[in-house]
Design a protein around this ligand. Structure first.
Ligand code: S3P
Length: 437
C-alpha cells in the first residue's frame, strides 16, 4: 500500500531509470552476439531482470556492477559475455519471464530457431496475454510451438527447427510481434519482411544494426537478412520516456511546477506523449538534445492549463504505454478527450480500458469506456471518496497513473499493490518524494 498526499507543485531535477524496451534488447542481442556487450544505465526493473535470468538459464554469463565497478545484483552497468548466434545452451529449467511481455515474445523468436527443446512461462498476467500473434508468424517460418494448455497463451513449448524467411502482414502494430519475427529471421534461410498497419517502436531495427545485422526499414515494413554472426557492442540506455511521462503529466497539472527530466529517450516511434501533451497545451521544452541512433534530450516541463483533444491513428503505437497517465491529464483538461484506435490496451498487463476507467472513476472522473479507447470529460479538480484503496490491478502503469492523479487530489489516496511499480520504475517513490519536498 502507498498513500499519497496532495502536492501543491513539483520542483526539481531528476534522472529517470533506463528505457525498458532498450534494456531488454541490449541483454538479448548481447547474449546472441560474439564478444562482450557493455550496457550502461540498464533498467533494473523486474521485467529486465527476468530477461537476464532467462539468458543465464540459456548459458550466457551476465554480470551487473554499480557505478564504482563493484559487483551488484541491482547495478545499472551490465556486461553480457555473448555466446554467439548459435551458442545458447539447452535450458534445464523453465524460462520464467515473470510479468514481461517483451521477454516472452522476443525470446520466442530466438528459441524457435534453437536446436533444443525449451519451455517459456510467466506470471498470472502473462499467462492470460495473447501469444497467437507470435505463434502464427513463427509457425509460418517453420517453428514448432505448442501452447501447453491449447489456449494460445503461456506456457509455450519450443522444439527448435530450421526456419525460412517469410513476408508477413501483421494485423497489429506491435513491436513485440515484429521483433520476434525479426529475431527468428536472423536464423532463417532467406530474407524476412514484416509489414505493420502503422509503425511500432523501432528499437530492434536500430539496435540489431548496431550489432552488425543487415536490417532495413521501408515505410511500415522491416526487412532482415539471415546472418552468420552478430558482434558485441556498447549500449548506453537513455532514460525511459514511458517513465518520464508520469512527471510530464504531474508537472503539467500541478500549478507552479517546474521539473527538468534528464536524458530522456525521444526516439520518434516513442514520442507520442510529447506530441499529444503539447497539443493539449503542455509546456515542454527539449534541452541538450543528443542525436545518437537512439536520440535523447533533457525535458523541461512547466505547469500549463490543458485542454481536451482527440487521440487516434498513427500516434497510438507511439504512446500506447502512456495512455493511462495521459487519461489522468485528460481528467484535468478543459473539455473532452477522446482516445480511439487503441484496442491494444485490452491486452496489456491488465485490460487497460477497464482498469483506467475504474481507476479514474475512483477520483470522480466522468469516463466512458469504448471498444477501442475511452472518452474523458475534463474537470476542475479530482476528489477521492472511496472507502477502499485504489486498485492497481498489479499493473505498474495503473499504479503510477493513480499516484499522479493522487498528487492532484485534496484527499489522501491509498493505492493497493503498489510494489508492482518495480516492474519498470523501482525509484518512482523516491523521485516523487524528491520533487514534493
Ligand atoms: C514493447 C512494445 C509494446 C509496449 C511494451 C513494450 C517492446 O508492446 O506496450 O510495453 O519493448 O517491444 P506491443 O509491441 O505489443 O504493442
Amino acid at each position: 500500500m502507498y498513500t499519497l498526499k496532495n502536492a501543491s507543485s513539483l520542483k526539481g531535477e531528476i534522472r529517470i531509470p533506463g528505457d525498458k524496451s532498450i534494456s531488454h534488447r541490449a541483454v538479448m542481442f548481447g547474449a546472441i552476439s560474439k564478444g562482450d556487450t557493455k550496457i550502461t544505465h540498464f533498467l533494473n526493473g523486474a521485467d529486465c531482470l527476468s530477461t537476464i535470468s532467462c539468458f543465464r538459464k540459456l548459458g550466457v554469463e551476465i554480470e551487473q556492477f554499480d557505478d564504482g565497478g563493484n559487483v551488484d545484483p541491482n547495478g545499472q552497468n551490465v556486461i553480457v559475455h555473448g555466446n554467439g548466434l548459435h551458442g545458447l545452451d539447452y535450458p534445464t529449467e523453465v524460462l520464467y519471464t515473470g510479468n514481461s511481455g517483451t521477454t516472452t515474445r522476443l525470446i520466442s523468436g530466438i528459441l524457435s530457431a534453437q536446436k533444443f527443446y525449451s519451455v517459456v512461462n510467466g506470471d498470472d498476467s502473462i499467462r492470460k496475454r495473447p501469444m497467437k500473434r507470435i505463434i502464427t508468424p513463427l509457425t509460418m517460418m517453420g517453428a514448432d510451438i505448442v501452447s501447453q494448455q491449447g489456449n494460445d497463451c503461456c506456457p509455450l513449448c519450443f522444439r527448435g527447427k530450421p526456419l525460412h524467411g517469410i513476408s508477413y502482414e501483421s494485423p497489429v502494430a506491435s513491436a513485440q510481434v515484429k521483433s520476434a519475427i525479426l529475431l527468428a529471421g536472423l536464423y532463417a534461410d532467406s530474407e524476412t519482411r514484416v509489414t505493420e498497419p502503422t509503425v511500432s517502436r523501432n528499437h530492434t531495427e536500430l539496435m540489431l544494426k548496431a550489432f552488425g545485422a543487415d536490417v532495413l526499414s521501408e515505410n511500415t515494413t522491416a526487412i532482415i537478412k539471415p546472418c552468420d554472426e552478430l558482434h558485441a557492442t556498447q549500449i548506453c540506455v537513455p532514460g525511459d520516456i514511458s517513465s518520464a511521462a508520469y512527471f510530464l503529466v504531474a508537472a503539467s497539472i500541478l500549478p507552479g511546477s517546474e521539473v527538468l527530466i534528464q536524458n530522456v529517450g525521444i526516439n520518434e516511434t516513442r514520442d507520442g506523449i510529447l506530441t499529444v501533451l503539447r497539443s493539449m497545451g503542455a509546456d515542454i521544452t527539449e534541452v541538450n538534445r543528443n542525436d545518437n541512433a537512439e536520440p535523447s534530450a533533457d525535458l523541461l516541463v512547466k505547469y500549463a492549463p490543458l485542454h481536451g483533444v482527440t487521440v487516434e491513428g498513427d500516434v497510438i503505437p507511439k504512446l500506447i504505454d502512456e495512455i493511462p497517465v495521459l487519461a489522468v491529464a485528460a481528467s484535468l483538461a478543459q473539455g473532452t478527450t477522446v482516445i480511439r484506435d487503441a484496442a491494444e490496451l485490452k491486452v496489456k498487463e491488465s485490460d487497460r480500458i477497464e482498469s483506467v476507467t475504474k481507476m479514474l472513476r475512483c477520483f470522480g472522473v466522468d469516463v466512458t469506456p469504448t471498444e477501442d479507447g475511452m472518452i474523458i470529460q475534463g474537470q476542475e479538480a479530482l476528489s477521492f471518496a472511496a472507502e477502499s484503496p485504489i486498485e492497481s490491478y498489479k499493473d505498474h502503469r495503473i499504479a503510477m497513473s493513480a499516484a499522479v492523479a493522487a498528487l492532484a487530489c485534496k484527499e489522501e489516496v491509498p493505492i493497493d499493490d503498489f510494489s508492482c511499480v518495480d516492474i519498470s520504475f523501482p525509484t518512482f517513490q523516491t523521485l516523487i518524494n524528491a520533487l514534493t519536498q
